[in-house]
Design a protein around this ligand. Structure first.
Ligand code: AMP
Length: 421
């Protein structure tokens, strides 16, 4: 299902498109439905999976189709960095909507405090905040919370680790009983379950935690132009006597192409994709398993059935769109206590580079980037979109629309959407 298949507000769909999102990520696909049905939800999902947009999109849709009075949604995040990133995604997704948001986080001085106070009094539709600062303003009466219909706790496990549990419980006492509560956490330890029991009502549980690749996989990446990828594989395999190499490409067309071109430079290459009959697939897999075939080019879907312990090298001919596919691909090697190597080719396109950045975010590591051999010339630079550019203040208040009057009656200037990272 694509975003356009959901009955979202037109302006929201335009912004989703401007952000470069076409299809929901697995986390988004799993949570959009229940959130739109106004169910409480507990989601186990890491950064890098698209979880922020997963809750922002339905929240924005709700506010625009059914505007409330004052602040409608409060999002609590453990750190100012995360609060800023969430706020920046709101900027992008609300670009064509007359919805205002504000980020409130710690570390400011007296001037900041006064700015926060004044801005909070004007009641943004959405407030993104760190727990301590939000509680302080609630205690001081700077924020009226009767209109809050949705509360999000992002990275709940981190907030508990940082000792914010009391602040969170106090904040919740300020909010209406009748509300939707969404909780996202990268891990699901017992203390998170306890908190969920206390604050969620009959929640939908979504578990999309991705296990990370084992430490015995050596991961690396090459920045390489498409036209040099076949030659690079030739270079990597030359003289290595590797018996089991699995190469992934995203589409069956690409798989066929890669296999055809590889056959020109190396022996013992086969391909597997959904165009092959079941019998043929089994025969190909058997030859690969018994090492009669040394190099297999496969699509993601077909590779899910590959359970072979002896794969020495995985090559990602392209960067998978989903971080989860990356983890799955890389997990084909270094099985059963063996060591393995996983190499990803990243071309100069923004899509590939941004996808790789999301993978690194998910893995919480930077994958080592190797230089292509001299005979292939310079590869592209690694220059993905920054994970949300820098914000220049401790709070922001905005209200934009595509030139139509916003619901408070002001005419707004249209602004260019900020590119998502
Ligand atoms: P998050 O897990 O929320 O930190 O998101 C990670 C990155 O994925 C962010 O840079 C988002 O802009 C991007 N993103 C979120 N949803 C999608 C989507 N459906 N398609 C492509 N990129 C997305």
């Amino acid at each position: 299902m694509k975003f356009v298949d959901y009955s979202f507000d037109q302006g929201l769909l335009e912004a989703i498109d401007a952000m470069g999102y076409e299809t929901p990520t697995p986390v988004q696909e799993a949570v959009l439905g229940p959130i739109l049905e106004r169910r409480d939800l507990i989601g186990c999902a890491q950064t890098g999976t698209g979880k922020t947009a997963a809750y922002l999109i339905p929240i924005l849709n709700q506010i625009i189709t059914n505007p409330g009075k004052g602040t409608s949604a409060i999002i609590i995040a453990p750190t100012r960095e995360l609060a800023m990133q969430i706020d920046q995604q709101i900027v992008g997704l609300a670009y064509f909507l007359s919805i205002s948001s504000m980020a409130v986080y710690g570390g400011g001085d007296a001037v900041d405090y006064d700015l926060h106070r004044k801005a909070l009094m004007t009641q943004s539709d959405i407030i993104v905040a760190t727990p301590g600062k939000l509680l302080m303003h609630l205690n001081m009466g700077h924020l009226t919370s009767e209109g809050v219909r949705c509360l999000v706790l992002d990275e709940a496990d981190r907030m508990l680790d940082m000792g914010f549990i009391d602040d969170i419980m106090r904040i919740i006492h300020f909010l209406p009983e009748e509300r939707q509560t969404l909780m996202f956490s990268a891990t699901m330890p017992p203390k998170i379950r306890d908190l969920a029991k206390k604050i969620l009502k009959d929640p939908v549980e979504v578990n999309l935690a991705v296990s990370k690749p084992s430490d015995s996989v050596m991961q690396a990446a090459y920045l390489v132009h498409d036209k040099h990828k076949i030659a690079l594989i030739g270079h990597l395999l030359k003289g290595k006597d590797l018996k089991s190499v699995l190469i992934f490409a995203s589409t069956k067309l690409a798989v066929k192409d890669v296999a055809r071109n590889l056959k020109k430079v190396i022996d013992s290459v086969e391909e597997i994709h959904s165009d092959l009959e079941q019998q043929e697939r089994e025969a190909v897999l058997l030859r690969f398993r018994t090492q009669q075939t040394h190099v297999l080019v496969a699509t993601d879907v077909l590779a899910r059935g590959i359970d072979i312990d002896t794969i020495e090298l995985v090559i990602n001919y392209d960067v998978p769109r989903d971080a989860e596919d990356y983890v799955h691909r890389v997990g084909r090697t270094a099985r059963a206590e063996r060591e393995g190597v996983a190499i990803t080719f990243i071309n100069g396109e923004r899509r590939e580079q941004d996808s790789f950045k999301r993978i690194e975010q998910l893995l919480e590591t930077t994958v080592y980037k190797l230089k292509t051999p001299v005979e292939l010339g310079e590869g592209p630079e690694y220059n993905p979109s920054a994970s949300g550019g820098k914000s220049n203040g401790n709070y922001k208040q905005r209200r934009f629309s595509s030139g139509r009057p916003n619901r408070k009656g002001n005419e707004n200037k249209s602004r260019k959407p900020r590119q998502a990272n």
